[in-house]
Design a protein around this ligand. Sequence first.
Ligand code: PA5
Length: 426
Amino acid sequence: MPSSLKFDFTNMQSFIRSGDLSKIQRKIDDAHTQLIDRSGPGSSFLGWLDLPFQKNEAIEPIIRLAEEIRANHAALVCIGIGGSYLGARAVIEAIQPTGGSEIYYAGHQIDSDHLIDLMNALKHKPFYINVISKSGTTLEPSLAFRYLHQLLTSRPELTANKSHVIATTDRSKGLLKEYADSKGYRTLIIPDDVGGRFSVLTAVGLLPIAASGIDINELIAGAREMAECATSSDIEKNEVYMYAALRNLMYEQGKRIEILANFKPAMHYIGEWWKQLFGESEGKNGKGLFPAAVDFTTDLHSLGQYIQDGVRNILETFLIVEQSKHKLHVPADEQNLDQLNYLSGSDLDDINHKTYLGTASAHLDGGVPNMTISLPASTPHSIGQLLFFFEKAVAISGYLLGVNPFDQPGVEAYKKNMFKLLGKPK
Ligand code: PA5
């Protein structure tokens, strides 16, 4: 395993019964073969396995485009939903870069107030639009694009050479591709063999991430390091597979919810990305752990009660970032009216860490098996490791569960009803 990302499953031990690991190892071996031979369900969507090894030629144009946006001191509005938006937002918010373009997000819901606020914020700023949709027909981003495109074209200084709209979409087909071609807008490609929720290391995620000032080569290098380490099918040697194995063992024992719990607000959108990755990949055919994400310590004061003491069908995975960007020590106070002097001089990160340790053992005592993924800091490298850790884990986990982790037929149901209610022409 890479030296930086750590995986600890000490608090799972009491839930692992004798023979469990060797039994699941046999299933893992099969799942591993299906994945590596590219012979399992959904095997035409395994392009994400190659993204950590993509060539410089694929990355260079994205870096140049990001440099152009930044050189123009322009904001970037990313229009997309689900897999066409969450990866970029998760990485950017986790790393919180400085010095790059401001990134705005649109098209991930249908809300007038959000759109009006966004358009007001953009009114006097130079901005680019990156409209991202593989299908090119998703309602939420299409609607937002119509508004934002009109805002942009009302600003002749931004549209003079058509450079301020970049469409990230299918190589050759779809409405968005036709739209962009007809207007002469630049396009970036979403590879055919990469599904939305696995697309963060394609142009879908990489352009906004690079525009925000993050070193995408480092992000990819982190993913590559994880890909190179997580090659053994032996769960004792491959922590990605151990994670997949343990969550499946817990599912077999009746756990129905996996909570990803962070202790750092910047990791909130990693939780959102993870929920989509696991929810869309595993929740099908009446199966799958329900992925929930919480922000601690905030949610310890709300959901904490349920996690400690509610229905015992929960498994918990802590996501820890060991070091913050800034150091803060608790100041002394002569009067000590708040009685906090016992913490004077303590590092806030240490207090946060002890809170995590206390929570993990309390939840274990309450019957919640838990494991921990720790990153030394939220750097591009370790976030890259984390992305690939989860992507590979969900692929194996889905195969263990007996589902195709790469399709999402259920997502169509609401769209059918919605379009009928809206009177969409056939
Ligand atoms: O993972 C997925 O496939 C979905 O979340 C899609 O990314 C999402 O529905 C957006 O689809 P599209 O990129 O076609 O607009």
